[in-house]
Design a binder for this molecule. Sequence first.
Ligand code: HEC
Length: 205
Amino acid sequence: MKKIAGMMAAAAVLGGFVFPALAADYDKQAQALMKADFRSKGMATVEGALTQDEAQRTCSAYPMERPKKIAAKLEADQLKQVKYPADGQYLGRWQEGEKIAQNGRGMQSSDKPGVPNGGNCYACHQMTKAEISFGNIGPSLYQYGKLRGQSEEIMKYTWAKVYNPQAFTACSNMPRFGHKGILDEQQLKDVVALLLDPASPVNND
Ligand code: HEC
């Protein structure tokens, strides 16, 4: 009888229940495996793929939904780290912003170091009427500035949102363009101008 109970306990473990201590071991083993088997190529580095910051750790720990308190803390921590433009000017040139929004290059193994990254905004957003090829994971940004205006508050929000979307939406699918250094300060100004400049095609028919 004792033996059967022992076997059943073993079966219960094999049946898929993983102790937290074991889960941590699997993490370590997976990391070791990736370090041993994957190779960095160009801009795509193994270190980049394996090094998680606080936000990435939290979002991995709660892949579906996270408790409100945890989401709020993540957003507050990310917002604190937003760097605003040194000269207080949020708007660059929308013409450059449009090129950045169209450009999907960067962070890939085929990209040369030193070549500026694109923002690839159209992969997830509608932005102008002229561009009819766009993704819809993100909301349409067509008429963004026309609908919201150009108050200091809106300019500051838009900057922070593009700099780090997780400052407002924990675990957003949108890349953290400023926080992760994907776009530099001038590029951020240019895409913010694309969204907010009244002359930008985003805000015209
Ligand atoms: C991989 C997909 C993806 C890419 C690329 C992306 N976004 Fe987003 N974006 C989203 C998603 C999803 C949301 C909605 C969730 C959120 O608010 O974070 C969003 C939200 C936004 C918002 C907030 C809209 C609002 O109503 O407040 C702005 C502004 C924005 N994106 C601008 C941009 C710009 C500018 C770029 C390019 C530099 C860009 N996004 C690239 C996915 C993306």
